[in-house]
Design a protein around this ligand. Structure first.
Ligand SMILES: [Zn+2]
Ligand SMILES: [Zn+2]
Length: 321
């Protein structure tokens, strides 16, 4: 029996509390991670307000890095898969039919220490700052979205592409950075927040002014409202592609007939393949990440609640136990 650990616990709809919880006890095949940085994800703010997959009591946190039992620096790939279903056998374990996610279906990284399956650990490159390490998971989502577009447009289809990114939260920013480092010719972004647009410009994107102008090869929707989904279809060129990874709402709200007549395409993008997680780790070292802000775990409940209720707006908050 170790001493209790501090953890941010989702205790009831709309409520999180910093609590002392029992020291995690790794089962066979599991490893204990001492968490050094854990990103708060928009999906968690949404999930805490309206519990769906995440049910209280739960320690959330699926974007985190820390040190393993031997003191080695590791990042956690939180996607757990069965290894047996048809998707797993095709190499698409991120859409496994029995998929579970660390921090969603079991305790995650909003704690001083957490036990995770040892198979989820990935060694970190030496010298990578903890803040950047905690952004590998969201960056892997962006790499996957970009690769989804590339697979749809053909071998060199994404090279030189004119790309629009709707929404400059962390995921949108990482999508813009990924497209630029993946060979896009031009990346235009939209958002309501000047601070977010400025962060996108520091990454090399242009602000779409006065708004999206149509004819993009690729439109990435990092918001997921009916309006942004409709815009992603309306502003792609005939035969172009929209990639959806924002999850703000369930409605789609676009003109299906226009999609048919111009052979437009919409692709869902969820999580990442294992190799894309590795690609994200390699790429993140080159990007401006000054828009991510670290906070001590002691401030976690206040930060999470502020973000959830909209009173607080750091672009990306990272907890630093
Ligand atoms: Zn996330
Ligand atoms: Zn499976």
């Amino acid at each position: 029996m170790g001493c209790p650990v501090k953890a941010l616990v989702f205790t009831a709809p709309g409520q999180v509390e910093l609590l002392d919880v029992p020291e995690p006890d790794p089962a066979p095949g599991e490893a204990l991670v001492e968490v050094r940085a854990a990103g708060i994800c928009g999906s968690e703010l949404h999930g805490a307000r309206r519990p769906g997959f995440r049910q209280p009591p739960l320690i959330m946190g699926h974007e985190f890095a820390g040190t393993g039992a031997g003191g080695e620096a590791v990042v956690v790939n939180p996607i757990l898969s069965c290894g047996r279903c048809a998707e797993c056998r095709r190499g698409l374990r991120h859409v496994c039919r029995e998929r579970e996610i660390i921090g969603v279906h079991r305790a995650g990284g909003f704690a001083e220490r957490v036990a995770v399956p040892a198979s989820a650990l990935r060694p970190l490159p030496p010298g990578l700052p903890w803040e950047a390490a905690a952004l590998i998971e969201p960056a892997a989502n962006a790499v996957h979205a970009w690769n989804q577009a590339g697979r749809a447009l053909g071998a060199d289809g994404a090279k030189g592409a004119r790309v629009a990114v709707i929404g400059c939260g962390a995921i949108g920013l990482l999508c813009a950075a990924t497209a630029l480092s993946g060979g896009a010719g031009r990346v235009e972004v939209t958002d309501l927040s000047p601070a977010r647009l400025a962060a996108a410009q520091r990454l090399g994107a242009e602000v779409a002014d006065p708004g999206l102008s149509g004819g993009y090869d690729v439109v990435i929707d990092a918001v997921g409202s009916a309006a942004t989904r409709a815009a992603s279809v309306a502003h792609q060129r005939p035969g172009g592609v929209a990639v959806w990874l924002g999850l703000a709402g369930e409605e789609a709200g676009f003109d299906g007939n226009a999609l048919i007549r111009s052979e437009k395409r919409v692709l869902g993008s969820f999580a990442y393949r294992d190799e894309e997680f590795a690609q994200a780790m390699a790429r993140i070292q080159d990007w401006d990440l000054t828009w991510a802000v670290g906070y001590p775990l002691d401030a976690a409940a206040e930060i999470f609640t502020g973000l959830m209720n909209g009173g607080l707006d750091p672009l990306k908050a990272l907890l630093r136990p």
